[in-house]
Structures are given as C-alpha cells and as structure tokens.
Write a protein that binds this ligand. Sequence first.
Ligand code: 6PG
Length: 255
Amino acid sequence: KNRGELRIHESLDELMTDLADYVAELSEASVKERGVFAIALSGGSLIGLMGKLCEAPYNKTVDWSKWYIFWADERVVAKNHAESNYKLAKDGLLSKVPIVPSHVHSINDSVSAEEAAEDYEFVIRQFVKTRVVSVSEISDCPKFDLILLGLGPDGHIASLFPNHSALNEREEWVTFITDSPKPPPERITFTMPVINSASNVAVVVTGDSKAESVHLAIDDLGPDCPLIPARMVQPAMGKLVWFLDKLAASKLEES
Ligand code: 6PG
C-alpha cells in the first residue's frame, strides 16, 4: 500500500499556508500544461483551511480565470441552505477571488438525490468531452487535476461511508445516498474509481477526533485491518498527499 506523502504540521496556520501553496502550485502546473485547472471540493472544515488562498499573495498570483470548480460530494439541499457545500465554498472562498461564475459547477438542487447524481455525472461527461476535465488513461473515468477531501472520525471521505454499498460502486462516476450517518441524509458523491483516477488527491485532516481514522487509513496494519473508506483512497496514476496537524497525526506509527 502506498501511504502517500504525509505533511504533518505543528500549527493550523502552518498547515493552511502549506495547503494554499500546494493548491497554487498545482493550479499553475495544470494551467501551464492544459490551459485549465479542474478542481473538486468537499465540505466540512476543509474550506476554512483553504482560507489563505483568498489572501495575498495567492489572491493575485493564482490564475483564477482558469479554474473550473466541481464538488466531490454535496448535500442534496438548496444552494442557499446552511448545509450546502456549495454555499460553504461560495461564502468562504469563491466569492472572495475572481472565479468566473460560469465555471462553478454545483449540483441541481431542485430534484431528487438520484436525479441530482445522474445530472451531475452528465455535466461532468460534457466537460470530459471538451477536455476541461481530462480523462484517465486506464479507467476511462474523469481525471480531475485535484480532488480535495476531508476525513470523518468514522473514516469516511466525500460521502462514502463505512459499510455502505455506495463504496463499492464501480460503474457510475457519481452516486447518491439517502441514509448518510452524518446529516443531512441525502447526498451525492464521486465514487471511489473517480477519486482514484485523479491526478492529485489531498486529504486534509485536523484534530484529535480524527487521529484513530488517520491511523487506520494510513498505517500498515496487516490483513485484519478494517477497510475504512479513506484507506481505499489509492490514486492509480496520481499523487496522494495527506495534510495533517499534529493532533490528527498523533496515532500514526513511525514509518
Ligand atoms: C461533507 C463532506 C465530508 C467531510 C468530512 C469531514 O459534506 O460533510 O464532504 O466528507 O469532508 O465529513 O468534515 P469535517 O472536516 O468538518 O470534520
């Protein structure tokens, strides 16, 4: 198992600076290579931890006009609802930098979870056709330049929860659930093959409530290790980076 790169930080401030540098560097590299940057966000504490991107120097140096923004997972609520991941990102990040509004691709919030998942996959297919989103050489899945994930204390990433059938979805790019253990219950989510087809996947985790799931996701625990969703994040051709504060990293074994 490839543990990925571990970036363990003494303080949240340090982690936030490193995360902003990382995203800015990937954006620059992708714009240079492909002319665009296709990034997928998650919800939760992640957006706050990306906050430095709205400040100098990044607010000026990043080529925001080339960003195309998607969601790795979204709660099926109205766009202006307090629980919407779109609203969280808009208020915390997207409204503070010169993103092109038509490059922001949130879910259809006026249909069922099932339809929202179908619609979102259709949207992504259009962007794959025009190569705004690349295509994986090995899986024919979309290959996002960067997928950003948070981690739940139970080991979930995006809206892929432990022991949920959505975790084993291999055909769809986007699936839905109506029984999320973390509220709200209705969500859509990228499937594991899409996450593992990305060029870069970053998992951003802070706080001691996540220490055990970080340990279970990363350490080599032998054949009896519980297969928590985060442990299945193994980009086939891409690069995996963990951004951890020292509390989240406190149960990791030495490697
Ligand atoms: C969501 C998420 C989810 C989140 C984790 C971590 O919609 O809730 O996308 O996967 O990233 O639950 O959330 P916290 O960082 O807030 O603990």
